[in-house]
Write a protein that binds this ligand. Structure first.
Ligand SMILES: NC(=O)c1ccc[n+]([C@@H]2O[C@H](COP(=O)([O-])OP(=O)(O)OC[C@H]3O[C@@H](n4cnc5c(N)ncnc54)[C@H](O)[C@@H]3O)[C@@H](O)[C@H]2O)c1
Length: 309
């Protein structure tokens, strides 16, 4: 298949390129490389990789690719709440409008696999959020994702993944993600200052976040037209639980819980991943495996581009 991946030089995009090429697909990888990513070189010898530096807001720069691909994976994004709060109009142009415009170019037999976030569930209450739970997005980022998901699902041959917060090592790192951020702090300063440690979140290793696209392409007739939560069911946990897991890998870690301080990120929910599991998908990577991997990655250090703040 011909797979068009926008945001291909990102945290998840680079994993997807690996996986799709390893599965024999022809990959059309597009990114504007705004974080100066030095990635994907390991595939440059592969004739099945096509690479282009372009802005998804400039439809003319990749309309030819849109017309010929079998599947579009529109990952290009200002990813995360803080960067979208800082650049609200640009976020709308990239995260929403570019996708709406690209859908108009596609014919109905072309597939679209949309990366939504389960942060659309906002504050979920006691019950597990499933795909029918109401969406109460809290941030501009999550609101744009909800709007875009509606547009994507309005066309027949699409599906949406509502992803948990990703963690683990990738070619492009993001230390603004909760697990990666906490692990960095644990390793760097030996200390985590925890606010509202009872807030619950769901996590997923970045590799499994890529594997699920392949799973959907291989099971398209069964999965098309639907929404799937995608998270690691054993990693529905509070922030305090997460710190305890990190302490197993970084025993000298000091956790200072301060319940009087407020976290600007108000997300608090537990997520049911049963629907995707029922299709035969299961995660390969556990949280402890991801933490062990991040501990090794710490040796390489980090630069300011390894974050979307
Ligand atoms: N990481 C997560 O926890 C998570 C969870 C849910 C959903 N998602 C979604 O998955 C997708 C990828 O996330 P990620 O974590 O890899 O983020 P990322 O920021 O690492 O990747 C986004 C990529 O898009 C590129 N990009 C940004 N603006 C562009 C533009 N105008 N034109 C072309 N390229 C552009 C960036 O250079 C970057 O490589 C996003 O759509 C995100 O919303 C991620």
């Amino acid at each position: 298949m011909k797979i068009l991946i926008t945001g291909a030089a990102g945290y998840k995009g680079t994993q997807l390129v690996d996986l799709m090429l390893a599965s024999g697909h022809e990959v059309f990888a597009l990114d504007d490389f705004r974080y100066n990513q030095k990635v994907l070189q390991n595939h440059f010898k592969n004739p099945k990789l096509h690479l282009r530096k372009a802005d998804v807001c400039d439809l003319n720069s990749y309309e030819d690719w849109l017309k010929q691909c079998d599947a579009l994976l529109p990952l290009a994004c200002l990813t995360g709440a803080p960067v979208c709060e800082k650049n609200p109009e640009l976020a709308r142009a990239i995260n929403h409008q570019s996708i709406v415009d690209s859908l108009k170019v596609l014919s109905k037999n072309q597939m679209v696999l949309f990366p939504m976030t389960n942060s659309g569930y906002g504050v979920g209450g006691e019950a597990y959020c499933d795909e029918n739970s109401p969406l109460t997005p809290l941030s501009h980022y999550a609101k744009l994702k909800v709007e875009t998901e509606q547009e994507v699902l309005a066309r027949e041959n699409s599906l949406s993944f509502r992803f948990a917060t990703l963690f683990g090592a990738s070619y492009r790192m993001r230390y603004d993600l909760l697990v990666n951020d906490f692990m960095w702090k644990a390793m760097d300063s030996g200390e985590i200052h925890l606010f509202e440690g009872h807030f619950r979140r769901n996590f997923l290793h970045v590799l499994d976040g890529a594997r699920v696209y392949l799973h959907a392409l291989n099971n398209w007739d069964q999965m098309r037209g639907q929404i799937f939560n995608v998270g690691l069911s054993s990693a529905n946990m509070t922030k305090l639980d997460l710190c305890s897991e990190i302490q197993k890998v970084v025993p000298h870690l000091q956790i200072t819980a301060n319940e009087s301080m407020k976290d600007p990120d108000k997300r608090d929910y537990v997520v049911s991943n049963q629907k995707i599991e029922m299709t035969g998908f299961s995660c390969e990577m556990t949280l402890p495996q991801g933490l062990a991997e991040l501990k090794k990655l710490f040796i390489l250090g980090r630069s300011k581009e390894d974050s979307n703040q």
